[in-house]
Design a protein around this ligand. Sequence first.
Ligand code: GLU
Length: 321
Amino acid sequence: MEIKLTKAQIQKAVQEAYEECKNIKGGVNAHYIPYLANVNPDLFGISLTLLDGTTISVGDTEYKFGIESVSKVLTAILILKQWGAEEVLKQIGADATGLPFNSIFAILLENDHPSTPLVNAGAITACSMVKPHGDSWGKWENIINNFEALCGSRAEVIDELYRSESDTNFENRSIAWLLKNYNRIYDDVPMSLDLYTRQCSVGITAAQLGICAATIANGGTNPVTRQEVFARELAPKITTLISSVGFYQNTGDWMYTSGIPAKSGVGGGVLGVMPGLFGVAAFAPPLDDAGNSVKAQAAVKTIMKKLGLGVFNGDTVTITD
Ligand code: GLU
């Protein structure tokens, strides 16, 4: 089928999704990281960026929240750039774990590789692979510069969140050392874990994440700055990773009901990629049991439904002024 959409229709869908979802109750802020537990639970924003750079934003889209696990997508792109798709598959993998984000069980089950860069284990391994080897400062510069290129503007660590996570990340410490035991940390262990914790503590806005999603949807070229951030051939690789495990143990249900590959974070953010069409981000702190934002999920699903879109629908879609 051929679907023709105008920018005004997309604007209307985003606005209506905001109105319809803003009063949804349910979910609780992530409680295991003290900083996140105290973020205002009523914050809510949606931002959608088209491939010509047009951005449609409604609500709290300039509020800086913890990027958390959405950061895994950005650093996966960095190691795909630095190592290539084959090597990332070999060293980490591209399989869904079907288990929670911080599952130790998943590591024990597949101890020959950490499955995917989009769960904690694989994301810590990914941080250990970031070049230059052994240089914590140089690695961090590459991670944060890559965030900037993808999002089109600078993002900074929220110091209080970083301290809060570092003081309480006992489970991630176990994961890092267990991976080391299986020879799956390729640099210093505490350094790799610290880089992971730091990248999770970056403050990001929904507007920035929407642009990042649109950069992926646009095959690696940032639609706002026009910078080529990564090679076109890596775009389907990163979108595959997102669609296979972006919502952890709920990913199948998410894909089935929403029709859009998306990645969530316990800070309340969701980043969704519609290849060739747009990137969308939504943010609201209260989470469901799997650690995914209740309102952000509802908002993205509502937009997809209103526009009649789905990544597997097989439709030809054109967006005009
Ligand atoms: N920093 C969090 C952790 O590792 C991120 C988890 C998430 O967003 O799913 O526990």
